[in-house]
Design a protein around this ligand. Structure first.
Ligand SMILES: *Cc1c(COP(=O)(O)O)cnc(C)c1O
Length: 354
């Protein structure tokens, strides 16, 4: 399929790296293609960034049939553009698509389309450490129909956003709040897919946590409300003695690419890494025994996010001394050094855009 390119007539300039924030500054162009039952995915195009015109009856608005991905492009010191494990994102997108009755995409084709779009938007990639070009591939159901079924038509699009350093003042440990009353997802549901409804479902607990001064929600399993699942839009790791533990994927947890990357590095470094059930009680007990050394979240936006405090009902524990732990920093540095082209890509995670 030939991608039709319509250049934008604009000379907008990218804000200063320190003014970027996250997910607010969009670039000049976007990639779009449409799906219909007879034609499959068709009419791929790169167009000036613009608002869509869609029916208010479009199924995505009513029944939430929508999936997305999040990944980043980085500029290396020698001005190359690289992507971190991009194919893994599109493979996950196809798993999300299958789970939400959305048609599959051709991974090679969308990889090429994304690269072509990024090349066109090169000036929007900031270069200081911690900044990046955030990439948001999305698919929405577009049938104008008020009835519950899978849509027959869809829109796939990729938008790009120049993003600032997630930690403007360095890597400060975050405070997290364990949700007792609300759950994010249930085994057998759609928690393992990056689908819009999961985020809508998470808002009420997030609001409650924020009101109490906590940055993120730590989710427990929906059945027993005992086992840890993940935190906000990140996976979570606990360093207990010399064992690094992360919850095993049970179907209600989003399989993070950063999570897989942390597990691979931990193995390469000879650490004891377990993907297993871990209860909130075990975490508090480990803390009591002086064995809970570090806790951190992992995800594309923040890469590694050290946790400094966990509140669970009327119990609260502090982890570390208010600064990021040594192992959290080791993962953060190793991952960002690979992403920014400052260290050898020993795991073959980087894909350059020629
Ligand atoms: C995207 C996401 C993650 C992290 O996945 P990465 O691929 O590492 O960015 C974790 N949890 C949720 C709920 C997510 O949406």
């Amino acid at each position: 399929m030939e991608i039709k390119v319509t250049p934008a007539q604009t000379n907008r300039i990218r804000p200063k790296d320190s003014d970027l924030g996250f997910g607010q500054v969009f670039t000049d162009h976007m990639f779009v293609m449409d799906y219909s039952e007879g034609d499959g995915w068709h009419d791929p195009r790169i167009e000036p960034y613009h608002d869509f015109s869609v029916s208010p009856a479009a199924m995505v608005f009513h029944y939430g049939q929508a999936i997305f991905e999040g990944l980043k492009a980085y500029k290396t010191p020698d001005n190359n553009i690289c992507l971190f494990r991009p194919r893994d994102n599109f493979e996950r997108m196809n798993r999300s698509a299958a789970g939400m009755c959305i048609p599959q995409i051709d991974i090679d084709f969308v990889m090429d389309a994304m690269k072509q779009l990024i090349r066109l938007e090169e000036k929007w990639i900031p270069q200081t450490l911690g900044t990046a070009l955030y990439i948001r591939p999305t698919i929405i159901a577009s049938d104008p129909f008020l009835g519950v079924r899978a849509s027959f038509t869809y829109k796939f699009f990729i938008i790009l956003s120049s993003v600032g350093a997630y930690y403007a003042e360095g890597l400060n440990p975050v405070k997290i709040w364990v949700s007792k009353d609300h759950v994010r997802a249930v085994r057998g549901g759609v928690g393992e897919f990056k689908t819009a409804g999961n985020y809508a479902a998470s808002l009420i607990a997030s609001e409650k946590a924020k009101k109490q001064g906590y940055a993120q929600v730590l989710w427990l399993d929906a059945l027993e409300r005992k086992y840890i699942e993940e935190v906000g839009a990140m996976n979570i790791f606990f360093l207990i003695g010399d064992e690094l533990v992360t919850p095993n994927l049970t179907g209600s947890i989003l399989p993070g690419i950063t999570r897989y990357s942390v597990i691979s590095l931990a193995k390469r470094w000879g650490m004891t890494i377990s993907e297993r059930q871990i209860s909130i009680d075990e975490v508090f007990k480990a803390h009591e025994d002086g064995k809970l050394l570090e806790v951190f979240g992992s995800g594309t936006a923040a890469v590694i996010s050290p946790v400094g405090e966990i509140r669970y009902g009327d119990k609260m524990i502090l982890i570390g001394d208010g600064t990021p732990g040594e192992i959290s920093m080791k993962f953060y540095n190793a991952l960002t050094d690979i992403q920014y082209g400052k260290a050898e890509d020993t795991e073959n995670w980087i894909e350059f855009i020629e």
